[in-house]
Design a protein around this ligand. Structure first.
Ligand code: UFG
Length: 328
């Protein structure tokens, strides 16, 4: 079954890649985005409806005019550091905005809902492989806001039959191999794009945030997943809901962790260029190690994170870095 999918945050990094994947799978992705952090130029694969999650009238009008069969909800603020400085911003947009969206979906009888959550809901559980049954103990407001939305979905599932798939992302990286869309945040805080900017001289040297962690080389370890693999999982999640398989939580990671220094080494190999870096202090709010237990998505959804190796993620990001970018 194919149909229309309302994609909140469709003008953002992950949402725009999801729209491309949905289009390729025969769906019509309708982007709903207020452009606070997204780019109108990234809306290439279906209609665009500018709007805010907190604007319930606008949401109702968009549900009425497009009659989506499902929602994919990407729109959110996602910077851990900022969430600690401005928790209200995160609770208002991420939690109250999601509540308005969920209520609008239920009112429009749209009961299939795919939600972007995060490994930040697990918190700092060093040296534990985090699977979906790991207790959630977020240590920052961003993670807490995402966990709250998970709770909302669970309650609306019980009370209103809202079928939902929750994806808890690990570190999303890379980009569309055709560079039609790519990663472009302002401000940029993520390791790989900052590193590519440093390599090409667009920015000063990369600062490694902390070299005294209890890891083999002293730097933080993350589980990187290719954005195209990640959005493929979303299409599988949508089919899961369409097949009536019920609500489910899935981690999206590979189960393999790489340190900051290992990412730097891979970047040097992929770009054949030096990576200027300096060693700095730890960044507040950073967990030492976040690695996914990723079996459930593979066995139950049939997900195959085939592109999620560092060489490919950095290579695709590098191609976008040299050919792409939205307006500055
Ligand atoms: N890092 C540096 N220097 C930089 C930027 C990052 O050393 O200039 C390090 C970080 O300390 C971390 C790793 O590179 O160890 C990855 O950092 P990112 O900022 O790319 O990603 P995070 O792991 O901090 O954040 C990601 C998502 C968040 C999510 C979080 C869960 O982007 O949305 O994982 O902790 F909340």
């Amino acid at each position: 079954m194919t149909g229309t999918v309302l994609v909140t945050g469709g003008a953002g990094y992950i949402g725009s890649h999801a729209c491309k994947a949905l289009r390729a799978a025969g769906y019509t992705p309708v982007t709903y985005d207020n452009l606070s952090t997204g780019w109108e130029e990234a809306v290439k694969f279906g209609p665009f409806e500018k709007g805010d999650l907190l604007d319930r009238d606008r949401l109702d009008a968009v549900f009425a005019s497009h009659r989506p069969a499902a929602v994919m909800h990407f729109a959110a603020f996602s910077q851990v550091g900022e969430s600690m400085k401005e928790p209200g911003k995160y609770w208002r947009n991420n939690v109250l905005g999601s509540l308005a969206l969920v209520e609008a979906a239920v009112a429009a009888e749209c009961r299939n809902f795919v939600f972007s959550s995060t490994c930040a809901t697990y918190g700092d559980q060093d040296n534990v492989v985090l699977d979906e049954n790991t207790v959630q103990m977020p240590i920052n407001s961003y993670g807490a806001s995402k966990r709250a939305v998970e709770n909302i979905l669970e309650n609306f599932g019980q009370s209103h039959g809202l079928n939902h798939v929750i994806f808890r992302y690990f570190n999303v990286a890379g980009g569309d191999p055709e560079a039609e869309v790519g990663e472009f945040h302002q401000p940029e805080t993520h390791l790989i794009p900052l590193m590519l900017d440093a390599i090409s001289g667009k920015r000063d040297a990369l600062t490694i945030f902390g070299t005294d962690y209890d890891t083999p080389d002293g730097t933080c370890i993350r589980d990187y997943v290719h954005v195209c693999d990640l959005v493929d999982a979303h299409v599988l999640g949508l089919k899961w809901l369409e097949d009536g398989k019920g609500s489910r939580v899935f981690n999206l990671g590979t189960g393999k962790g790489f340190s900051v220094r290992e990412v730097i080494d891979h970047s040097r190999a992929v770009t054949n260029m030096d990576v200027p870096y300096v060693e700095g202090d730890r960044r507040p709010g950073d967990c030492m190690k976040l690695v996914s237990g990723s079996e459930r998505a593979i066995t139950e959804l049939g997900w195959s994170p085939a592109r999620s190796n560092l060489a490919q993620m950095i290579g695709d990001a590098w191609r976008w870095h040299r050919t792409g970018h939205y307006h500055k």
